[in-house]
Design a protein around this ligand. Structure first.
Ligand code: F6R
Ligand code: MG
Ligand code: MG
Length: 401
């Protein structure tokens, strides 16, 4: 598919901004509502419909938007002054995805409406299926930030890059060179297995580095939800933490995460945030959301291919001023990343060499398909225990009781 011009940011939406001193909210809401040829990328008409709804219904609500896709997921990045979890802004995105779903059904796209798990909208999109990352910020005179979107993986995929980019001077030189960063950062980490509400813990880097690492090693359970500057108290990062698995109680697709990261000044430099992605570390996802594969830093508008993967992450850099976005800069387009992608391809093949065996496939708790549980239940009945003197004695003892 050709690249859509829809993705270009427009300053055409009027929004309401009474004073320049108002805070700006960055909201990104993403969903998979249908895809061409399997789970690989949305259709052009679907994207156009989503953009149409955002632009018409959002006229008096938001100031600017950038609509893009990464694999089969469509992300709507919006700027406004209404704060996080705003009902109207969330409903705007929900309505756009519902309208997109109608097109997906009309075109016979695969997985039409897949991430819209509830029939109707109530309050905000949390718990309804779409993933959300939001930040209400006091704009600096120049306000650069990065927007990341990943497909065929889950929110814990960002744990390692965030730890290295914000807490390890081997990656973030600013921690030793920039006085504005000497105090370090506060990590808010969520236990995503807890489903009765948001269960989080705040831990400070550098004092509590080992505690942070002890949690972040478990990407499936503990996920960085946000990061804050300890120098200014300002929010540096916001990550979507939705687990569709926990909402639907069954497989409905991976929780392909989005993330916003402010950069420069009291925050890490853009390149410090990007550097850890060179690792292409192994994450959960890939085929059927049930395997392990390298997180591959990819160009904007990258589709999905090999073994329904590899897991991909894209990054768009922006500056925002009085709520208006610049055009995006593609942070993984530089030729440097071509060799990184070649490494990721090698790592993909390397782990795929062992198919279903051991580390290549996720553990039973994380397998996204229930079919294997049914299979094991059937097989369990066919197991036979060989009778020995000991088993006979145990059986007899049980009978006597
Ligand atoms: C993973 C993903 C795909 C599908 C696979 C099978 O997130 O979207 O790997 O799991 O293509 O899809 P179904 O079960 O819909 O045929
Ligand atoms: Mg997806
Ligand atoms: Mg999908």
């Amino acid at each position: 598919m050709t690249r859509v011009s829809l993705g270009q940011s427009v300053a055409a939406l009027s929004g309401v901004r009474a004073e320049e001193s108002m805070k700006t909210t960055l909201s990104v809401i993403k969903a998979d509502v249908g895809s061409i040829g399997g789970h690989i990328q949305p259709s052009r008409r679907l994207l156009e419909r989503v953009a149409e709804v955002v632009d018409s219904a959002g006229k008096a609500l938001i100031q600017d938007r950038y609509i893009s896709y990464t694999g089969d997921d469509i992300a709507i990045l919006m700027t406004h002054t209404r704060g996080a979890s705003d009902e109207k802004v969330h409903k705007l995105a929900w309505d756009a995805f519902v309208a997109g779903t109608a097109i997906a059904k009309e075109e016979g796209l695969y997985g039409a409406g897949q991430d819209l798990l509830k029939d109707s909208f109530s309050g905000n999109v949390h718990g309804l299926g779409p993933a959300v990352a939001e930040m209400e910020i006091e704009e600096r005179p120049n306000e650069p930030f990065l927007f990341f979107a990943a497909d065929k993986t889950d929110p814990g995929a960002y744990n390692l890059p965030l730890y290295l980019g914000f807490a390890d001077p081997m990656y973030c030189a600013g921690l030793i060179l920039s006085p504005k960063m000497f105090k370090g950062f506060r990590f808010r980490i969520m236990d995503v297995n807890y489903t009765h509400g948001d269960k989080t813990i705040d831990l400070n880097a550098p004092e509590e580095l080992y505690d942070i690492a002890a949690l972040l090693r478990d990407n499936q359970r503990f996920v960085v939800e946000s990061i804050w500057s300890r120098e200014t108290g300002a929010q540096a990062a916001a990550v979507s933490t939705t687990r569709l698995h926990n909402i639907a109680g069954k497989y409905t697709g991976k929780d392909d995460p989005v993330m916003l990261v402010r950069v420069q000044g009291e925050f890490p430099a853009t390149g410090e945030v990007l550097a850890p992605f060179e690792k292409c570390h192994l994450v959960a996802g890939f085929m059927r959301g049930s395997h392990t594969g390298p997180l591959t830093p990819s160009r904007l508008y990258t589709d999905i291919s090999y073994f329904d993967g590899p897991p991909v992450v894209t990054g768009a850099a922006f500056c925002v001023h009085n709520g208006i976005l610049t055009e995006p800069a593609d942070v993984f387009a530089n030729p440097f990343w071509d060799s990184v992608r070649a490494k990721a391809a090698e790592k993909s093949v390397y782990i795929r060499e062992q198919g279903f065996s051991g580390a290549a496939m996720l553990g039973m708790d994380e397998l996204e398909y229930g079919g294997i549980v049914e299979k094991l239940t059937v097989l369990e009945k066919r197991f036979k225990v060989k009778e020995t003197k000991e088993t006979k004695e145990t059986k007899d003892a049980k009978k006597k009781k």
